[in-house]
Ligand binder design. Structure first.
Ligand SMILES: Nc1ncnc2c1ncn2[C@@H]1O[C@H](COP(=O)(O)OP(=O)(O)OP(=O)(O)O)[C@@H](O)[C@H]1O
Length: 315
């Protein structure tokens, strides 16, 4: 295990921001910490890496106790903070160079690493430009370059795509995948379930300071999926169609509204071809068909009764 967190608690006065969480991260994973704004993701991350002091809990990183070996451990971690931490008056090159020096890089190796991470983040052409002239997305990418310059084994990214253009967002998501391919372990916090679903090999869902679910996306979805919905729009509803559909194996329910039929089937029934066959044999034509599979939003909704999007919009 690269990281092990046991019974971590962090309070801010009366607020229990991190409420007794335990989890571990295996080497080579992209570990996703998913939760709405205020769930406690940043507090958890900042407490793990020693920016905040924990009220209780044990943290082991690279097999070493964070309480005893913090500075040694930190030299192998790259942190991409939620709030952009770069110097606006320095150029892109100077910013990355500055962070490299903080990690004791010098001379030819420093130059080589600075150029490598600027290339990796797509900023090499803009290296001589002051950071203040960068777009929000470019600033975020520079923030990432600064975190990677010392070639860390563990990379922690706290909501790295908030408030940026789609092009920079895609660039960041692709970079995260590439970093994993190159052997890094990544912890990625986000309230965008699409990003976590696309990137992460292991996921913990956080809400009100607690981890409320943990597993791969397949495990999390299987946990909530009790049924599958298929919505089919027809040119016209024939009176025999509902009767035929109800006879298809694993169909639990079938309701009609206008020219649309909603069919509920048992989980994993794989009966789509039979459903289509039964409709065509009743002389109706299919206009559109949608099969709804659960996503991480469904998981959050099932566990909390709220949607991630509602939570984000409310902040
Ligand atoms: N410095 C602080 N002082 C007091 N309360 C804080 C502080 N930082 C965070 N909190 C509170 O702790 C809780 C968890 O906040 P945290 O920022 O960790 O959540 P988050 O999941 O990272 O959300 P976001 O994505 O909005 O940062 C919230 O109730 C927040 O208001």
């Amino acid at each position: 295990m690269i990281l092990e967190v046991k019974n971590l608690i962090k309070r801010y006065g009366e607020t229990l921001a991190v409420d007794n969480i335990s989890f571990s991260v295996r080497e080579g994973e992209i570990f996703g910490l998913l939760g709405p704004n205020g769930a406690g993701k940043t507090t958890a991350i900042n407490t793990i890496i020693g920016i905040n002091t924990a009220d209780k809990g044990d943290i082991t990183i690279f097999g070493k106790d964070m309480k005893k070996s913090a500075s040694e451990i930190k030299s192998d971690i790259g942190i991409v903070p939620q709030d952009i931490a770069i110097y606006p008056d320095l150029t892109a090159y100077e910013n990355v160079e500055f962070f490299g020096r903080l990690y004791d890089l010098k001379g030819a190796l420093l130059k080589e690493r600075v150029e490598e991470v600027l290339k990796f983040t797509g900023l090499i052409e803009r290296r001589k430009q002051q950071a203040r002239k960068f777009s929000g997305g470019m600033k975020r990418r520079l923030n990432i370059a600064c975190a990677l310059v010392h070639n860390p084994k563990l990379i922690i990214m706290d909501e790295p795509t908030v408030g940026i253009d789609p092009q920079s967002r895609n660039h960041i998501l692709e970079s995260v995948k590439k970093m994993r391919k190159d052997g890094s372990t990544i912890i990625y916090t986000s309230h965008y379930m699409e990003e976590v679903e696309e990137l992460c090999t292991d996921i913990a869902i956080m809400d009100h300071g607690k981890i409320i679910a943990r597993g791969s996306k397949e495990e999390l979805k299987a946990f909530v999926a009790v049924e599958e919905r298929t919505v089919i729009e027809l040119d016209a509803i024939n009176y025999t169609v509902a009767e035929r559909i109800k006879k298809v194996e694993n169909v639990v329910d079938c309701s009609i509204a206008g020219n649309t039929i909603t069919i509920i089937s048992k989980k994993g029934s794989n009966n789509l071809s039979d459903l289509i066959q039964s409709i065509l044999s009743s002389d109706s034509q299919i206009i559109s068909l949608a099969s709804e599979k659960p996503d991480l939003e469904t998981v959050f909704l099932t566990l909390t009764g709220r949607t991630l999007r509602d939570e984000v919009a409310a902040v």
